[in-house]
Design a protein around this ligand. Structure first.
Ligand code: FAD
Length: 393
């Protein structure tokens, strides 16, 4: 390991591996630091990704796809079901193989990957961030860089220490629990989403098929709405109700932050990508597609910045261009989440019936959330009481 790199990326998840790969593709020298001794381990994720979200970085390969996703079932509190027949919607990944694949692409492109190295304490030198400490086996080394990319996930100490994000607070996150269940009776390729605050207060339950008889089954709850029960208490109740028999192969827990807009993405020459910047769809908790997209964009701009003599205007394109692509959607999902967490059971039933009206019996190739919202408000104008929550602050 050298003492100075053009670009240092902290974190070997989808965002960091992609940022490093695309920075190196621009011809600059890149170091990626990962605190664990491997990649694609220690994960808590349902692993669902849309086809369009994935192809920003890779064409699907059997090696790291667990299952195709060809539609989705939404289930309301009274048990009404809406089926959206969405061929080619996406995939359930096998992230334990997907991330090593992304790492291979990065390494083949010239990225130096260092495992078992925790980065901390980004420090400034006059105007810019200039150094970061790297801790390994109890020893600390200080490295220099032209650009630092924080890709260290939801608890990002790099983004927090740089002043880009605050500590997570319970009302601004979903607390998640998940089991990998085997030997279960599910429909292959069709995830199930249960919208019911009785079973997941402020969130929802997911069943993502990994194979015809195994699935990632989990839920997210908003801690301030969940009373004194843990997310696993809610999940255990759900799986006992939903499945007659099952084997638990894995048990994980994690946290999904809510989207906070563009302010978390850039400070001088420090960029934050993926969960570190809280670039999350707050409605579903999906963050892989935004991690890949933000990683690619940040990597490309970081290398251009280094090659072009450190002109600040180049890095300032990062939040602007990301928001041009994703800003409207992420703000809308965030506002929709504010409404959904307040809905009563009969209001969920109504939404399911509107979704049935719009999508029932058709093949769907794109979902227009704004159109669905308009139809819901038209069918039940009383729901406009939630309109104040549909204003982005
Ligand atoms: C229960 C649950 C289910 C989810 N399901 C889905 C889903 O189905 N679809 C979807 O799109 N999204 C889902 N998400 C969100 C998704 O997992 C994240 O958005 C995604 O992993 C973000 O990628 P990332 O690269 O930003 O961060 P991460 O994947 O968290 O990677 C961060 C990496 O940084 C490393 N790191 C952290 N700190 C340091 C440090 N100081 N130094 C060095 N390395 C460090 C970590 O070890 C890790 O490897 C889910 C999340 C949860 C909690």
């Amino acid at each position: 390991m050298k003492s100075k790199y053009d670009v240092i990326v902290v974190g070997g998840g989808p965002a960091g591996l992609t940022a490093a790969r695309f920075a190196a593709r621009g011809g600059v020298d890149v170091l990626l630091l990962e605190r664990h001794n491997g990649i694609g381990q220690h994960l808590c994720c349902a692993e669902g990704v849309t086809l369009t979200g994935l192809t920003v970085v890779a064409e699907p390969e059997d090696e790291w796809i667990s299952s195709k996703i060809s539609g989705v079932k939404l289930i309301s509190p009274s048990g009404d079901t809406a089926f959206i027949d969405h061929p080619n919607a996406g995939y359930t990944l096998d992230r334990s193989r997907f991330e090593p694949y992304l790492a291979r692409l990065a390494a083949d492109g010239g990225v130096e990957i260092a495992f078992g190295r925790r980065a901390e304490n980004p420090v400034r030198d006059k105007k810019r961030f200039a150094r970061v400490d790297v801790v390994s086996n109890g020893e600390t080394r200080c490295l220099e860089y032209g650009v630092l990319i924080a890709a260290d996930g939801v608890e990002s100490s790099i983004a927090r220490d740089a002043g880009l994000t605050d500590s997570l607070i319970p009302s601004r996150l979903a607390s998640c629990a998940q089991y990998r269940l085997e030997n279960v009776d599910i429909e292959a390729e069709i995830p199930e989403l249960y919208l019911d605050h009785g079973i997941a207060p402020g969130g929802y339950v997911w069943v993502f098929p990994k194979s015809p008889d195994s699935a990632n089954v989990g839920l997210g709850v908003i801690p301030t709405l969940a009373g004194d029960r843990s997310s696993f208490d809610y999940l255990d109740d759900f799986i006992r109700r939903r499945f007659e028999s099952y084997t638990i192969a894995q048990r994980v827990m994690g946290v999904v932050p809510l989207f906070e807009g563009r302010k978390t993405m850039l400070k001088d020459n420090l960029m934050a990508v993926g969960d570190a910047a809280r670039l999350i769809d707050s409605l579903t908790g999906a963050g892989i597609a935004t991690a890949l997209y933000s990683g690619r964009l940040a990597g490309e701009l970081a290398s251009e910045y280094v090659r072009d003599g450190h002109r600040d205007g180049i890095l300032r394109q990062y939040p602007r261009r990301f928001m041009k692509e994703f800003g409207r959607k992420l703000r809308l999902y965030s506002l929709a989440h504010e409404v959904l967490r307040r809905l009563k059971p009969d209001e969920f039933d109504l939404i399911i019936s509107v979704i049935n009206e719009v999508f029932g019996g058709k093949k769907v190739y794109a979902i227009d959330t704004i159109d669905i919202l308009k139809r819901v408000f038209k069918r039940k104008p009383g729901l406009l009481k939630y309109a104040p929550h549909l204003v982005w602050k």
